[in-house]
Design a protein around this ligand. Structure first.
Ligand code: F6R
Length: 603
């Protein structure tokens, strides 16, 4: 978590950094700060709270300079406070640092530095980096950064400046993302591409322990031994519009509305030549006797949906594991296992660890990732890219939908290769997938009725989600979406489990959201609905249920017809909009829910 940015060039660094931080705020937002190089030291302004609080401070105390670093924080070590905010400057006022990551051996390093007489100002692990860099500095900033990198354990993306090197900004990373932006007027470091898009679409992705030395007119790369490196400058396909709200009140709503296009792009990416098609064509599923899907949060939920589809089409058993559990369970996998990692950011710490665990056991790893150049995209044996574009809202919507689309197509292709479905069936399924964007558009046209219903639901203390089979899988996502942005307690259950305990929680004024797209199970889910209604609950029924009769206790949002296998892509649109409007009616900060950050790069 945390977002970092740095600039050195011809322009005033301050507005560039503040603007970049706005694009990175999704990574953490409990405090922010900037440090600007000036002749005799650094001008530093740090402020607890949202970026707007920092902007107010900067309005009172304007800074100017051609080189600087900035940070937006998601606290791990040390509470959110002005002093714990970044940038951190060493006690000799010589070196300023922004850090994204966690320094695991910081206590030990801090004790050593204190023993040598260094006074620490903050409770953070990150300050150790600034103090240590000052300790090692003897006229060569890059040398000091290398020594710091060798001394610290943990994860880091760093931007470092030194008062004695007025034109030099140094960056290094390990296990956290860092890109270098190359523009005519100067050069950038940033945690993510949207932070620099306004200025350039030319970027380099740093690999672990690679060092970038940025000056106004040059960027040079080195390995950790100081050997020069040639790095490829890549052109980003994302545009500025992708990174702006485009007239919507929140990124989340914009991203929900983008889903027809994003799905079309993602589906196309597999059908026409390019990386995704190559990967799917190349993968020989008959080599494997087991598939494990592992991920976190919503990406895990996409895996749970996919298990139903893979098992149904490929007749092959699939395990779905939370990456945080998988990494520590000594999983029974080997060279005959295909481990699929699903991650929007490609930087989720647990998913990275799960991938490395899988590789260490000789499993083949296939990732489904949105962010090009991310760790998981680079390290997995194979990678499929979702064409979702930048997802800024913390709650995922369009990336989730594109993960589903890729997982569906993957399972169809695997099923053909395994001889489990015919080519005629393959075409039938692919046709249905290609119709999903239009079906989603038709749901989005009914946004008003979903908004109206959701606006009546703000008062619920608890909302349950139920479904059976694949509807249960998407109920998990509906529940997660609601709780993370509306702060309403919510749980998802398999319909059949209700009677095994949960129904005791159902009382007057409980809302139960029932998903029903499995025609063969319609009677069963409706009998669950009856059971909760007779105990005082109200039911929101979402699905393709032509027989459903609305009452004052049951409200039905109908979905377009289609195979149950791909119905989660339709249900989820209603679930996202429902959560969005409940949270909007509560006046909450939807794009940045409390305590969360988009990219969970720490354990
Ligand atoms: C929920 C949400 C999170 C992420 C999870 C994994 O809306 O966004 O649960 O799905 O943190 O993140 P990635 O996909 O980046 O690995």
């Amino acid at each position: 978590m945390c977002g970092i940015i740095g600039y050195v060039g011809k322009e005033n660094a301050v507005p560039i950094i503040v603007d970049g931080l706005k694009k990175l705020e999704y990574r953490g937002y409990d405090s922010a700060g900037v440090a600007i190089y000036k002749d005799d030291g650094f001008d530093v302004v740090k402020q607890k709270g949202r970026l707007s609080a920092l902007e107010q401070r900067l309005a009172q105390k304007p800074l100017v300079g051609n080189m600087g670093i900035g940070h937006t924080r998601w606290a791990t070590h040390g509470e959110p406070s002005d002093v714990n905010s970044h940038p951190h400057v060493g006690s000799k006022n010589k070196i300023a640092v922004v850090h994204n990551g966690i320094i695991e051996n910081y206590k030990h390093l801090k004790e050593r530095l204190e023993h040598w007489g260094v006074n620490f100002a903050s409770q953070t692990d990150s300050e150790v980096i600034a103090q240590l860099a000052e300790h090692y500095y003897s006229g060569d900033l890059m040398d000091a950064v290398v020594k710091v990198s060798n001394a610290v354990e943990g994860s880091y993306a760093l931007g470092v400046m030194c008062v004695d090197e007025p034109d030099t900004l140094i960056a290094i990373k390990k296990d956290n993302p860092l890109i270098i932006g190359v523009a005519k007027h100067g050069h950038f470091i940033a945690s993510d591409v949207p932070a620099v898009l306004k200025h350039t679409d030319k970027v380099c992705y740093l690999n672990d322990k690679e060092i970038a030395v940025l000056k106004e007119g040059s960027v040079k790369f080195f390995d950790i031994d100081g050997e020069p490196l040639e790095k490829q400058v890549e052109t980003v396909t994302w545009t500025m519009d992708d990174a702006e709200k485009g007239g919507y009140p929140h990124f989340m709503l914009k991203e929900i509305m983008e889903q027809p296009k994003v799905l079309r792009d993602t589906i196309q990416s597999v059908l026409k030549s390019g990386n995704n098609k190559n990967v799917i064509d190349t993968l020989d599923i008959s080599r494997f006797n087991k598939i494990v899907i592992t991920a976190c949060g919503s990406a895990y939920n996409a895996g749970v949906v996919a298990r139903y589809v893979f098992e149904q089409l490929c007749r092959m058993s699939v395990e779905v594991e939370l990456a945080s559990e998988f990494r520590y369970k000594n999983a029974i996998i080997d060279e005959k296992t295909l481990v699929i990692l699903v991650s929007q950011s490609g930087e989720t710490a647990d998913t990275i660890a799960a991938m490395r665990e899988a590789k260490s056991k000789n499993a083949t790893t296939l990732s489904i990732v949105n962010v090009v150049g991310s760790t998981i995209a680079k390290e997995a044996n194979f990678c499929l890219f979702t064409a979702a574009g930048p997802e800024i809202a913390v709650a995922t919507t369009k990336a989730f939908s594109s993960q589903l689309a890729l997982l569906y197509i993957l399972s169809i292709r695997f099923a053909v290769k395994l001889g489990k479905i015919s080519q005629v069936e393959e075409q039938k399924y692919l046709l249905e997938i290609s119709q999903l964007p239009d079906k989603i558009s038709s749901i989005l046209k009914r946004i008003d009725s979903i908004q109206m219903y959701a606006s009546e639901c703000v008062g619920y203390k608890s909302i349950f989600f139920i479904g059976r089979n694949i509807d249960y899988a998407i109920a998990l996502e509906g529940s997660l979406k609601l709780k993370e942005i509306s702060y309403i307690h919510s749980e998802a259950y398999a319909g059949g489990e209700l009677k095994h305990g949960t129904i005791s929680l159902v009382e007057e004024n409980t809302l139960v959201v029932a998903l029903s797209n499995c025609e063969r199970l319609y009677g069963k889910i409706m009998s669950n609905a009856e059971q909760v209604i007779s105990r005082g609950a109200k039911v929101l029924l979402i699905g393709n249920c032509p027989e459903a009769k609305e009452t004052d206790k049951l409200f039905h949002i109908g979905l377009p017809q289609g195979s149950e296998l791909f119905s989660p892509s339709l249900s989820v649109i209603v679930l996202q909009l429902f959560s969005y409007y409940v949270a909007a009616n509560k006046g909450l900060d939807i794009d940045k829910p409390r305590n969360l950050a988009k990219s969970v790069t720490v354990e």
